[in-house]
Design a protein around this ligand. Structure first.
Ligand code: AHR
Length: 613
């Protein structure tokens, strides 16, 4: 029985409550959301990014061509280029299986080139079956300049290659191929299917650029002697301005990031999908298990200034230094930044907090309207989580970012987590959470948990499932919400749950109570291989029968241990915890007639009797 108090008042739910946590993990950016089709376009891959990398990763060379790093380079931050002899050619293999093109679609090629004498460059797009589009020719002459051409694909392919052949000696850099059909048709834009799947969630906010990506690595600056320092923490100024002037970098997840998708593009994307932008900056305490605090007051001052400059980049008038940069990049209007996160998962609360407070003081002084978000680290770090919360509470922090990745059972059992949170303390930004899996059961457990978030929307102000994206060929972390390969993308069951909640955000919680009397549910039919959920807390007697009526499993939970036991039938059943049952091979044999080799679908009937109360 559900009793609804229609006249009662519950928590107000902000439109921004549900958002997305975007991190460049699982190759979410290059080879993913960022629509560039050429991998290692600027020849900047280094062993420091990944031991397997060289400046020619993803390239094959025919004839005389080599990576060069000398005074003839394109720029100080774009240090390596390709030096080609006359008659040489280079071919890029793209990401994963190759360059994906679709019949009839147009593709924008560009290259920066330098040549002493006029050097014709022939550019072809092809796969093992031959040409994918009519070849193009540009003539490079003189100093570094950008040359462009457009291809129209004659065929669809996911194994394309891009070849540039030089008739005379030439230097190349920033060899690029983009679909013209990017999200909202933007130049240097985003892959349409992925961006549209994110947009379809109608996110209230977009947190970027991560996660562990933000805070790990060194926090030092540009090092003239060794080139742009690798393993540098994510610093927004590295990622804005003309793409050919952006330094590439290694990242925490073990690959190179081109920064072609940078802070300007993130702000633009947030605006395009109607989401509040929510950037996170490094706090000079390296998190994510590395746990090192940088003790350098001058460096800390620079990072704080960078953060103030970031706010100016987002919100400042075009007459300000960084507002002018934003306008130069194409967006004179402000991006309306209201929230900023400082740090991610530092498990050194005291050290983190000492630095956080300095960021906060400076930001609040210069930009009083901005909410500065602290973080508590993951809620599996023992006492550091509580300590971080204590420090935040004591100093009146506005909002704390907390993270957890737990079992579905945990999510079912912790629906009331926020009922007891101190209403006088900081608000909650649940910046990262997921039950450990992408099955329907996980999605259902998350949905159950989200009803608890919503009931507590007065204190849980922002919440985002994490991570958002995974390239199926570079999976470092799972589960993930949206999966993709070079040509396709698909939402997980968890995506559908998020979409349901995110596209149906209410205005206010209507108070309700529920009670139950013993009753028998109707049979639930599922195919073999699907799990059906019941919990010992909610059900008193659960039976699984084959469609022929054979009793296979039952449990009245009388033993109190919540474990299922085999009823009748042959074969054994692997029993996980109190609510999760999986058949093993032997048990499947009880359903499949010996000698039957054809795949068949078997119905299982799960009958659960609800526990009183
Ligand atoms: O979401 C994946 C990772 O989980 C994030 O980078 C980090 O913040 C958390 O530990």
């Amino acid at each position: 029985t559900i009793s609804v108090d229609a006249a009662g008042t519950g928590a107000k739910i902000d439109d921004t409550m549900y958002g997305v946590f975007y991190e460049d993990i699982n190759r979410a950016a290059d080879g993913g959301l960022y629509a560039e089709l050429v991998q290692n376009r600027s020849f900047e891959y280094r062993p420091a990014d990944n031991a397997a990398y060289t400046p020619l990763t993803s390239w094959t060379v025919a004839g005389g061509a080599r990576a060069a790093e000398d005074g003839g380079r394109l720029g100080e931050r774009n240090r390596t280029y390709l030096s080609m002899d006359g008659g040489a050619s280079v071919t890029n293999a793209g990401y994963n299986t190759g360059i994906a093109v679709e019949k009839g679609k147009r593709y924008a090629f560009s290259v920066w080139a330098r040549a002493g004498r006029a050097a014709p460059l022939t550019v072809t797009l092809h796969d093992a079956g031959g040409e994918l589009a009519e070849g193009r020719r540009v003539v490079a002459r003189g100093g570094w300049a950008k040359y462009t051409a457009t291809f129209t694909a004659r065929r669809t392919s996911t194994t394309g290659r891009l070849t540039v052949a030089a008739a005379r000696p030439a230097a190349l850099d920033m060899v690029s191929l983009f679909p013209r059909d990017t999200y909202k048709g933007r130049e240097n834009g985003l892959r349409k299917d992925l961006a549209e799947k994110i947009e379809a969630l109608r996110p209230g906010f977009l947190r970027f650029p991560g996660g562990c990506l933000v805070n790990t690595g060194s926090h030092e600056g540009y090092d003239e002697a060794s080139g742009w320092e690798r393993r540098r923490s994510y610093q927004w100024k590295d990622t804005v301005g003309p793409v050919e002037e952006r330094a590439t970098n290694s990242n925490f997840w073990g690959y190179n990031q081109s920064y072609g998708l940078g802070y300007y593009e993130y702000f633009q994307f947030a605006e395009d999908i109607g989401a509040m932008p929510l950037p996170v900056v490094p706090a000079l305490v390296t998190g994510c298990g590395q746990n090192r605090a940088t003790d350098d007051p001058a460096l800390l001052r620079r990072h704080i200034q960078d953060t103030l400059d970031l706010i100016e980049f987002a919100n400042g008038p075009v007459s300000s230094e960084w507002g002018a940069k934003r306008a130069e990049m194409g967006h004179p209007e402000p991006f309306r930044l209201t929230h900023i996160g400082v740090g991610n998962e530092e498990n050194l609360p005291k050290e983190f907090f000492a630095r956080f407070q300095q960021f906060r003081t400076a930001i609040e002084a210069a930009h009083p309207g901005i909410t500065v978000i602290a973080n508590s680290g993951p809620d599996d770090a023992g006492t550091t989580f509580d300590e971080a919360w204590r420090l935040s509470r004591e100093s009146g922090v506005d909002m704390v970012d907390e993270h957890y990745y737990n079992s579905p059972q945990w999510f079912l059992e912790n629906n009331e987590r926020y009922d007891g949170y101190d209403r006088g303390g900081p608000e909650v930004f649940l910046g990262e959470y997921a039950s450990q899996g992408n099955t329907f059961g996980n999605a259902l457990a998350e949905a159950a948990f989200m009803t608890g978030l919503e009931r507590n929307a007065d204190i849980v102000k922002l919440a985002s499932y994490a991570p958002l994206l995974a390239n199926k060929d570079y999976v470092q972390w799972q589960p993930d919400m949206i999966w993709f390969d070079n040509a396709r993308s698909w939402g997980s069951a968890n995506y559908e749950t998020q979409k349901l909640f995110m596209t149906n955000v209410g205005d206010e919680v209507v108070p309700s109570t529920a009670s139950a009397t013993p009753t028998t549910s109707g049979p639930i039919t599922g195919a073999v291989g699907l799990s059906t959920w019941a919990t010992s807390a909610a059900y008193d007697d659960v039976r699984v029968t084959g469609s022929d009526g054979t009793a296979l499993l039952s449990d009245d939970f009388s033993g109190g241990d919540g474990r299922w036991t085999k009823a009748t039938g042959t074969g054994s059943w692997a029993v996980q915890d109190g609510a999760y049952v999986q058949s093993d091979e032997a048990a499947e044999n009880t359903l499949v007639t010996a000698g039957d080799t054809a795949w068949q679908n078997y119905d299982l009937r799960v009958k659960a009797t609800k526990k009183s109360g």
